[in-house]
Design a protein around this ligand. Structure first.
Ligand SMILES: NC(=O)N[C@@H](CC(=O)O)C(=O)O
Ligand SMILES: [Zn+2]
Ligand SMILES: [Zn+2]
Length: 347
């Protein structure tokens, strides 16, 4: 039996939704994670500091008794965002970051940004005030092949923004390509990147293995194997610029198992077990703590968590539910397609 003790991890990209879904999924994150960056793509989207404060209160109310979990709130950037509200919200501690969704890029992104230059004045104020920008990095141009949308976004949007606002802290979220890894790795200090659990495990073939597998469909869509290997190398390297953002994104099964299924993988329950497996496979268990517990807070200028969790490798596979009930319908749990032997124990 192998054992590993690490600082309690944080999740730097998480969808908790609202209402009954929030109540059903939150305990699976708060059990293992101390903090999470909470995505603002609700309907209606979290547009102002006041709305973020209300949402935070709903999250705190849904927390299981005794769980110590801090939601780090974000604002959904639109072409109407008030830069002064962003700066004031960040200064007061209510807002940790601002989230850029290109309009139409992903779930609930229709109010996102159409023309990037219209939000340049907001970036200007964010750069001055030290407010980080989280980015869903895909172009939405239908002419661009879906597998190329991340690389093209870097070229058309991210790189120009980075050059124009050298002081803006930017997190390229859920990186799925070696282009994304290169951008973060070779960029200046203020550029970071999150990597999901599932993109370390599946490549694009998983979505079409013997038929359409909607539970492996997420955005950005998984890419070819060489990209997955680049993600693994970056995540397990210890490089401080890369940290975990699970992008755990629950949708009820009928919404995924449909002629036009939603994008999103729900992985909150078994993420730590999957990651321990991946890091063990890469001979990098000693760098798991950097990826899940140290690099993220360092980037965001927050202290690492003091509490510890223990990971134990059991001889027998550890069982996780195939799906959870939510009150709205079942939500399928990410299946890594290998047995999980790692168990998380809290002392
Ligand atoms: N990742 C996804 O496939 N889906 C996310 C949105 C997002 O992070 O792009 C969701 O909210 O469902
Ligand atoms: Zn996204
Ligand atoms: Zn997401």
């Amino acid at each position: 039996m192998q054992e590993l003790t690490i600082r309690r991890p944080d999740d730097w990209h998480l969808h908790l939704r609202d209402g009954a879904m929030l109540e059903a999924v939150l305990p699976h994150t708060s059990r293992h994670f101390a903090r999470a960056i909470i995505m603002p793509n609700l309907v209606p989207h979290v547009a102002t500091t006041a709305m973020a404060a209300d949402y935070r209160a709903r999250i705190e109310k849904a927390l299981p008794e005794g769980d110590d979990f801090t939601p780090l709130m974000t604002l959904y950037l639109t072409e109407d965002t008030d830069a002064e509200d962003v700066v004031a919200g960040h200064r007061s501690g209510e807002i940790t970051a601002v989230k850029l969704y290109p309009a139409g890029a992903t779930t609930n992104s229709h109010s996102g940004v159409r023309n990037i230059e219209t939000v340049y004045p907001v970036f200007e104020r964010m750069a001055e005030a030290g407010v980080p920008l989280c980015v869903h990095g895909e172009v939405t141009d239908p002419e661009i092949d879906i597998f190329d949308r991340e690389a093209v976004f870097i070229e058309r949007v991210l790189d120009p923004v980075r050059q124009r606002f050298p002081d803006l802290r930017i997190i390229m979220e859920h990186i799925t390509t070696s282009d994304g890894i290169d951008f973060v790795e070779n960029g200046p200090e203020g550029i970071g990147g999150t990597i999901t659990t599932h993109h370390l495990i599946i490549n694009r073939n998983a979505i079409l293995a013997g038929g359409i597998r909607p539970h492996y469909y997420c955005l950005p869509v998984a890419k070819r194997e060489s990209h997955r290997l680049a993600l693994r190398r970056a995540a397990t390297s210890g490089n401080r610029r890369f940290f975990l953002g699970t992008d755990s994104a629950p949708h009820i099964d009928p919404a995924k198992e449909s002629a036009c299924g939603c994008a999103g993988v729900f992985s909150a329950i078994n993420t730590m077990a999957c990651l321990a497996h991946v890091f063990e496979e890469e001979g990098a268990l000693d760098r798991l703590e950097a990826f899940v517990s140290l690099n993220g807070p360092a980037f965001y200028g927050l202290p690492a968590n003091e509490e510890r969790i223990r990971l134990i490798r059991r001889d027998e596979p550890v069982q996780y539910p195939e799906r959870i009930e939510t009150g709205l319908g079942p939500v399928t749990v990410f299946d890594p397609m290998f047995p999980l032997h790692w168990d998380v124990v809290q002392d």
